[in-house]
Each structure stands twice: as structure tokens, then as C-alpha cells.
Design a protein around this ligand. Structure first.
Ligand SMILES: Cc1cc2nc3c(=O)[nH]c(=O)nc-3n(C[C@H](O)[C@H](O)[C@H](O)COP(=O)(O)O)c2cc1C
Length: 153
């Protein structure tokens, strides 16, 4: 998409998320904004719409999931099994999600990206309480997007 002469090819990130009440989606959209403001081309998709084969085309894979009953939503759990075969070793990875009081999902994604996929993860994993999503969310999520961008640019 970069038509400016002499510029390097634009870096690409995919922001994938699952949500029930929309908080993690709000985070995903603000992370997308942060990445775009930093000059990264972004695709934003719900987890069910992603084919793990397409992940190789991106410089960063960003995955978000809220926490329910101290766990990830099943669609994200299943997706992590598919991601295993996508050859993500060394690629930039980032985990995020909204939570209420414990937020394990975000750590689970982070740990899987780091230890199983051996991705170059953005530290630390990024979680916001649903109350924070509506207050400081936009700013913090954009900053997280910029932090991801800084790792790939
Ligand atoms: C039935 C139910 C169970 C929940 N269990 C947890 C939990 O175990 N740990 C936690 O941190 N938050 C828990 N929450 C809070 C959600 O993670 C929080 O509302 C989050 O913002 C939802 O994000 P979403 O709108 O993207 O789905 C629970 C919420 C509900 C309704």
C-alpha cells in the first residue's frame, strides 16, 4: 500500500480479538489506532474470521481476549492450537484484554506466545479492567499500539 517513492515497505500488523460485551473490542480498535498513527498497516479481525495461514504475512500478531471464569473464551483457546502451526518463531507478538478482577487470559496468551511459539513478545502483557477501558482506555491502548509498532519498525 505504500506508494511513496524510496520508502521502505510498510510494516503490517494483525489485531485479532474476541469479546462478549465489547470492552476488548474497544481496546482492539484503540490499539489499531496507535499502530496506524505509528505508520503500521493494520488488519483488525475477530478471532473466528482469521485463518491461521494468513499470519505469516504480518510483522506482528496481536491477540486479545477477555477473562471469563479465570479462563480464555473457547474460540481463542482453539485459535492458539491453530497458531502453533503457523511458524511464528521470532515474529513480534502481543497480548491484551479486558478483565474484571483477575485477568488470566491475557497472561495465558502472553505465556503461550513466548514459551510455545517462541515469539518476540511485547512486555508486559497488557490488560485493563472494564472500568479502566472507559476512562484511560483510549490513551493506554494507543500507547500499547505504539509500543508494538516500535518493535517492528
Ligand atoms: C460470567 C462472568 C465471569 C467473569 N469472570 C471473570 C474472571 O474470572 N476474571 C476476571 O478478571 N474477570 C471476569 N469477568 C469480567 C470480564 O472479564 C470483564 O467484564 C471484561 O471487561 C469483559 O470483556 P469483554 O466485554 O471484551 O467480553 C467475568 C464476567 C462475567 C460476566
Amino acid at each position: 500500500m505504500d506508494e511513496r517513492k524510496g520508502m521502505n515497505k510498510m510494516k503490517k500488523a494483525i489485531v485479532i480479538y474476541e469479546t462478549t460485551y465489547g470492552y476488548t473490542e474497544t481496546m482492539a480498535k484503540a490499539i489499531e489506532k496507535g499502530l496506524k498513527e505509528a505508520g503500521v498497516e493494520v488488519e483488525l479481525k475477530k478471532v473466528m474470521a482469521v485463518n491461521s495461514d494468513e499470519l505469516k504475512d504480518f510483522d506482528a500478531v496481536v491477540l486479545g481476549c477477555p477473562t471469563y471464569h479465570h479462563d480464555m473464551i473457547t474460540t481463542v483457546k482453539t485459535f492458539l492450537f491453530k497458531m502453533r502451526n503457523a511458524g511464528l518463531k521470532g515474529k513480534v507478538g502481543a497480548a491484551f484484554g479486558a478483565y474484571g478482577f483477575s485477568g488470566e487470559s491475557v497472561e495465558m496468551i502472553y505465556d503461550t506466545m513466548k514459551h510455545i511459539f517462541e515469539m518476540d513478545v511485547v512486555e508486559p502483557a497488557f490488560k485493563l479492567k472494564s472500568t479502566e477501558v472507559v476512562t484511560i482506555g483510549e490513551k493506554e491502548c494507543k500507547e500499547f499500539g505504539q509500543k508494538i509498532a516500535a518493535k517492528i519498525i
